[in-house]
Design a protein around this ligand. Sequence first.
Ligand code: NOJ
Length: 441
Amino acid sequence: MGFSNNFLWGAATAAYQVEGAYDTDGKGMGIWDALSAGHVVHGDNGNIACDHYRRFREDVAIMKSLGLKAYRFSVSWPRVMPEEGKVNPKGLTFYSVLVDELLAAGIEPMVTLFHWNLPMWAHEKGGWAWEGISDAFAAYAKVVVDALSDRVSYWMTINEPCCFIGLGYLTGDHAPFERGNGGPEDQKKFAALTRNTLLAHGKAVRVIREKGKKPPKIGAALNGNLYEPRGNTPEAIEEARVRTFGGDGSFSDVHWWADPMILGKASKLQRTFLSDGDLAVICQKLDFFGYNSYHTSNFVDDDGHNPEVYPGMPRTAMGWPITPNALRWAARFFYDRYRLPILITENGMANCDFVMGDGCVHDPQRAEYIRGYLAGLKQTVEEGVPVLGYLYWSLLDNFEWAFGYDKRFGLVHVDYRTQKRTIKDSAYMYREIIRTNGAEM
Ligand code: NOJ
């Protein structure tokens, strides 16, 4: 027992975070290209990033040397459609050649259609609040599907709507850096943002399903609150489940997005802005439940006390708590509710990594993190939950949005002055996990 023989061991990246080449070969501007100045530490931006646009062959060779079976990357919408209705063939060629390179290396390509760098032309019409965005997204999906679906089977429509909507339009931490004040205008806008995003997902799924040349496997990469049981009793597990899926939901809850997408179900609050007709578009058959997992949420007692958070507890360089049971409970709870095989579309940690005197990057914290989280996942697999794969975030150190380049999540260290790649110790450990299909961790 353990991970299936065809388990997809892999790693993930996203276009804006690694590609660079922000104005090359006809690429248009996206909201992160155009608006991030003044919002990112040290004034960092993704103009050059890991220069993956030019160095992808070297990066694929590294993946192959590590034995990766899958690589999740995103297509940059502004690279492929620099203007509304205009396709940039050179942009598409980049992804087409990348897919060929991956397949030649025996690595399964997994495509995310939207990982946050919205084209400026769409932003200028209102971004995700623009009524026409779901059709525009479907048109873009068609362009990518036409170009890649003869070789790509795995598709993710959108990545973490919780973040690009919540952080982009309400808290102002991510592009387009809009801040809400919680007033009635905000509520209206939030309703439109949710509705348009869900419709975009549903319309893109339809396009992939209908136009995909290879039989597609489709999902989204979601994230959001997940409560871990306090103890192993059935009552504790139920309590955590109720917390995870409870209430009307808000943008930071997984079920805010997943219930309409997968169950065709809207909460009472969502019913005020989602019609039955909308739900029929949003709810399309999916093939897997993609989940990005970093840590579980903590219970807070009625008196505001949180026993699981204590001074000096293990945390990553992001300050995020290290909770190795996160994958275990994510796979269990999301499978029980949505009945789709689980794909861990992201999991990983930022660490204080640097190249040491011996030329290596020693990162035992990350090795421990990966082992611990995977042990939890393995337990759930052995309890019968179908899990298709695990994609470490990230293949490379990269541009961590508003945190810039200081936060290093990679299996591979990048020296941004020279673009030199150094494989970290944890990557060699991951290679062994892959080689033994998780038997040795
Ligand atoms: C989730 C996002 O999808 C990714 O872009 C980000 O870098 C990681 N989390 C780490 O914060």
